[in-house]
Design a protein around this ligand. Structure first.
Ligand code: S3P
Length: 167
């Protein structure tokens, strides 16, 4: 039997992919996977360590591999790191899946994750960098998504209700 994620969550850092994804998976009684966690598990290192020791291109290859494997085998909720959908093989592999873009403003993203230094791309000037990345990435998020859900300032339960209703 071919299995596939019931829903794939995309969006920028701070959009609540992990929080909403875990809550959604629990609500539906299915498993939750996160591409960042998959990369960290297979590398045995944190994402920051991979960026520092090997550089971003190596991280992106590991990320694309992890997403491809998860899209082929995982029958649950899958959250992708914010930059994953910008990779062509990842974007192509998303075709045919239910893909939900979790949209958020800079204010709500900052409130949610606090830009705490755990994301290497946001280590310097996090607010300006987040804003630039979101401008660059929004068209891709919108193109790849089958649905868009606002998460800013909303309770996770409300977000989960909205995403669950789409499946
Ligand atoms: C990244 C987002 C992070 C993580 C890595 C790169 C990005 O995931 O994959 O630090 O390019 O935006 P989250 O979106 O879960 O923070």
């Amino acid at each position: 039997m071919v299995t596939r994620p019931r829903v794939v969550l995309i969006g920028p850092p701070g959009s609540g992919k992990t929080t909403a994804g875990e809550a959604l998976a629990e609500r539906l009684g299915i498993a939750f996977l996160d591409s960042d966690q998959l990369v960290e598990q297979s590398a045995g290192r944190t994402i920051s360590e991979i960026f520092v020791e090997d550089g971003e291109p190596v991280f992106r290859r590991m990320e694309a591999d992890a997403v491809r494997r998860a899209l082929e085998t995982h029958d649950g909720v899958l959250a992708l790191g914010g930059g994953a959908p910008m990779q062509k093989p990842v974007a192509e592999a998303l075709h045919g899946h239910v893909v939900v873009f979790l949209d958020v403003t800079i204010t709500d993203a900052a409130r949610r994750v606090g830009f705490d230094g755990t994301r290497p791309l946001l280590a310097v000037n996090p607010r300006a960098t987040w804003t630039r990345l979101m401008q660059e990435r929004r068209p891709t998020y919108e193109r790849l998504a089958t649905h868009r859900v606002d998460t800013g300032g909303r309770d996770v339960k409300v977000v989960v209700d909205e995403v669950a209703a789409l499946i």
